[in-house]
Design a protein around this ligand. Structure first.
Ligand SMILES: NC(=O)c1ccc[n+]([C@@H]2O[C@H](COP(=O)([O-])OP(=O)(O)OC[C@H]3O[C@@H](n4cnc5c(N)ncnc54)[C@H](OP(=O)(O)O)[C@@H]3O)[C@@H](O)[C@H]2O)c1
Length: 215
């Protein structure tokens, strides 16, 4: 069997553990980290994310092929871009003023483009941000299941979008690809599929109709 990419999930709050569990189930080796010591999350990781390895963020990232940013956007500024340099990064974050506070830089929308701008040495793909954590786990289905739902994958690098689409597929969703990070604004708060858990056809229709309403 082809060896799976190694994942580092940064963030062990609501959505980080769900992404970690789904990835482990799909056969990915997963390390998980917070901003603090791995000892602090060792027990909870063993109980809640069996199979994940709690590590210091820097160690988890150093050994990873894919890094998932599952941290609040306002904490993103604490992450050293040099740490993520050369990595394929999934931006699962959203700008959510109710919890992030007002961040002027993100006010016009399109947080991933700003995230990518700060992580100039990384390849950033927007994914796994638009489905709530409960649903992300509960609605995951194997390929071909009649009630399988879609999840968007947006990025400027087509190879990277392909890699993350394969991951999304393997964890239980039909990947819908967007050819740029800016097109991926449809996945962000205020976009037509944010918070919605739709089948691929409905998902594409909602995005198309929204694009039409903007022209
Ligand atoms: N909740 C959802 O349903 C959902 C679904 C999809 C996407 N999202 C997005 O995912 C992001 C996280 O949401 P959440 O609800 O999971 O947040 P949360 O429950 O507040 O958890 C945040 C986690 O990030 C960790 N963290 C903070 N700064 C860090 C850093 N510099 N390095 C490593 N870890 C760090 C925190 O641990 P320490 O504070 O101990 O470091 C904590 O474990 C948000 O941008 C949100 O919009 C959320």
């Amino acid at each position: 069997m082809k060896e799976r990419s190694r994942l580092a999930v940064l963030g062990s709050g609501h959505v980080g553990p769900v992404i970690a569990r789904l990835a482990i189930k799909a056969g990915y080796p997963v390390a998980i980290a917070t901003s603090g010591s791995p000892e602090d999350i060792a027990l909870i990781t063993e109980l809640v994310i069996p199979g994940a390895e709690p590590r210091w963020a820097s160690d988890a990232v150093a050994d990873a092929d894919i890094v998932v940013l599952a941290i609040p956007l306002h904490r993103f500024f604490d992450v050293d871009p040099a740490l993520l340099s050369g990595k394929l990064v999934i931006d699962a974050m959203n700008y959510w003023p109710a919890s992030d506070g007002v961040l002027n830089a993100f006010e016009p929308g399109g947080s991933s483009e700003l995230v990518a701008g700060r992580l100039a040495g990384s390849t950033v793909v927007k994914a796994l941000n638009h489905i709530g954590y409960h649903e992300l786990e509960d609605r995951a289905r194997p390929a071909g299941a009649p009630d399988r739902r879609a999840a968007g994958v947006a990025g400027d690098d087509h190879t990277a979008v392909g890699t993350i689409s394969a991951l999304v597929d393997s964890i239980g969703y039909d990947p819908v690809r967007f050819g740029s990070l800016s097109a991926g604004r449809a996945l962000e708060p205020g976009g037509p599929v944010f918070g919605a858990v739709l089948a691929a056809g409905e998902f594409r229709r909602a995005v198309r109709e929204d694009a039409r309403s903007l022209t």
